[in-house]
Design a binder for this molecule. Structure first.
Ligand code: FMN
Length: 204
């Protein structure tokens, strides 16, 4: 695995299904020695527990990541912020996070980002990324999608965000849920310029 100099990335986890995409993404960035500014919405916290069990509660996240992904996650660091703290570092354009991912992204948070509402730290930090022209990756999950939801994705894309739906591929012959999560996490890492071996590259 390629070792990168410390990179600072904002990661938001909201209340859409697919908590395992978030934990795999967070773990993979920590394994690469990143510093993460982490925000988990109230429903994001619920999804972590509902889908991964009580050991994945936000306040026990590091222990969960070590148990599931190994000691390598200790190579990185993270600061966990309240979604209500609009005074946190990542609420300002003067912060040094080079990019942000919202994984998974609920339709509610998508709507808030699309319309620049900045009602909470996730929405404000995403708004900062857009106004500062820094990479913002949004991983929406819903099916089927309404016209307002589709339009909100277009609005975000028009503002410069990358829309990366939680749509794992199957050509890499996944055998486990972790294989599916690896695929989405790998796509996110690649979009932020990390090298990775989370899924085999397509050889044609
Ligand atoms: C178990 C569970 C699964 C959910 N899955 C989704 C989902 O896949 N997509 C979505 O947009 N909302 C989903 N929701 C609804 C959102 O969590 C809800 O709209 C919430 O207000 C989102 O708030 P947040 O964006 O601040 O996390 C789910 C809720 C629960 C409890």
């Amino acid at each position: 695995m390629t070792k990168h100099a410390t990179r600072s990335i904002a990661v938001a986890v909201t209340g859409a299904s697919g908590a395992i995409y978030a934990t795999r993404t967070i773990a993979a960035m920590l394994e690469r020695g990143c510093h993460l500014e982490l925000v988990i919405s109230d429903y994001g916290r619920r999804l972590l527990r509902d889908e991964l069990g009580d050991t994945a509660a936000a306040d026990k996240l590091l222990d969960f990541l070590v148990a599931k992904y190994g000691e390598g996650v200790r190579q990185g660091t993270f600061a966990l912020h309240s979604n209500r703290d609009l005074g946190a570092k990542i609420a300002s354009g003067s912060q040094n996070c080079e990019g942000m991912v919202v994984v998974p992204c609920s339709m509610k948070t998508l709507a808030g980002i699309a319309n620049g509402l900045s009602r909470n730290l996730v929405e404000r930090a995403a708004d900062v990324m857009l106004k500062e022209r820094r990479p913002l990756i949004i991983v929406p999950r819903e099916t089927p999608m309404s016209l307002p939801q589709l339009r909100n994705m277009v609005l975000c894309a028009e503002s410069g965000a990358m829309i990366m739906p939680a749509m794992p591929a199957f050509y890499q012959m996944p055998k486990t849920l972790d294989d599916l999560a690896d695929f989405i996490a790998g796509k996110i890492l690649a979009a932020l310029g990390f090298s990775h071996e989370l899924y085999p590259s397509w050889e044609g």
